[in-house]
Design a protein around this ligand. Structure first.
Ligand SMILES: Nc1nc2c(c(=O)[nH]1)N[C@@H](CN(C=O)c1ccc(C(=O)N[C@@H](CCC(=O)O)C(=O)O)cc1)CN2
Length: 288
């Protein structure tokens, strides 16, 4: 039994009159006092989205409140989550050979600037073993060089074991340069975030900065999105851009992009961990 006094309710459902009235009435009946509330109606899809943070004078048992809310949620065909505000999201970081996002996230967590826990790090290379050790985080080296499809499937099964053993809530591809299989994407649906090093939908694929340089764009960017089996097509959570000019080499774009990637990924993880992001088909609703 876990008791708390502060909670976050996140929901989406077919739009209709009376949703806010019904939900806030339920919270009042539970002794809840609303601290923040945000909602959005999507006219295209006739769908309603809402996030409420509320507190209760007396500690409430989370499972009991979830149980009490279920009938109303079912009646309104809701997708919903109710969590304790203080509960930290358990994040598995995946990384390949570029460590700027990994290093940035570890520092943000170490300094209390990201409300997550990192029980483990997985990589298909050894580069960041010592960085992980310096943060006392277990590092799993699952190589893939020259891997056959069977070996790639086995490697993904090892990642799943780490996820299950560590009760992971969110997987973050922090410049993990391997394409996850359709099965893995299904298993991680809505709980895996990738940082793509371009302003999507421009410059998909593995070498976006060289594509950007070749095209002669004046802005480059980064995109944090949920991972789907369609490469670089997942619902976008956050994007950021940086100005460049004709004098810059691809290498200079890569250097500028490192900072943009770090900021974009950290924001996306923070908003996911604060239960501010809701799926809306191929898009997201983000109550920042
Ligand atoms: N199922 C998905 N898996 C991954 C996604 C995704 O959107 N869906 N994003 C990538 C990250 N990424 C771009 O952001 C990306 C990574 C790798 C490649 C690529 O072509 N990789 C080559 C191998 C590259 C190498 O070994 O260095 C390949 O897998 O054949 C494109 C885009 C992470 N996974």
């Amino acid at each position: 039994m876990s008791s708390s006094t502060r909670f976050i309710l996140k929901l989406s459902c077919p739009d209709r009159p009376g949703i806010v009235h019904a939900v806030t009435g339920f919270l009042l009946a539970q002794g809840g006092n609303i601290l923040t509330s945000a909602q959005h109606g999507d006219g295209d899809h006739q769908r309603f989205f809402m996030r409420i943070e509320f507190e209760s004078a007396a500690a409430l048992d989370l499972e009991s409140v979830r149980h009490a809310f279920s009938p109303l949620a079912a009646q309104m065909q809701m997708n919903w989550t109710l969590v304790a505000s203080a509960a930290k999201t358990r994040v598995l970081l995946l990384v390949s050979k570029l460590g700027h996002c990994l290093n940035d996230l570890l520092f943000r967590v170490q300094t209390g600037h990201l409300p997550i826990e990192i029980p483990a790090i997985v990589s298909n290379h050894r580069e960041f073993y010592q960085l992980a050790a310096s943060h006392n985080i277990p590092f799993h080296h699952f190589p893939l060089l020259g891997a056959t499809p069977e070996q790639k499937a086995a490697q993904e099964r090892r990642i799943r074991e780490v996820i299950e053993e560590n009760r992971i809530d969110l997987v973050v591809l922090a410049r993990y340069m391997q394409i996850l299989s359709g099965e893995m994407c299904e298993y991680l649906s809505g709980r895996a975030i990738n940082i793509h090093h371009s302003f999507l939908p421009s410059f998909k694929g593995a070498r976006p900065y060289h594509q950007a340089h070749e095209r002669g764009v004046k802005l480059i960017g980064a995109t944090a999105h949920y991972v789907t089996s369609d490469l670089d097509e997942g619902p976008i959570i956050e994007q950021e851009v940086a100005r460049i000019d004709h004098s810059m080499t691809p290498e200079q774009l890569v250097a500028i992009g490192r900072d943009t990637e770090c900021v974009t990924l950290a924001r996306a993880i923070q908003w996911h961990a604060e239960h501010r992001v809701l799926m809306n088909g191929r898009r997201t609703v983000v109550f920042r």
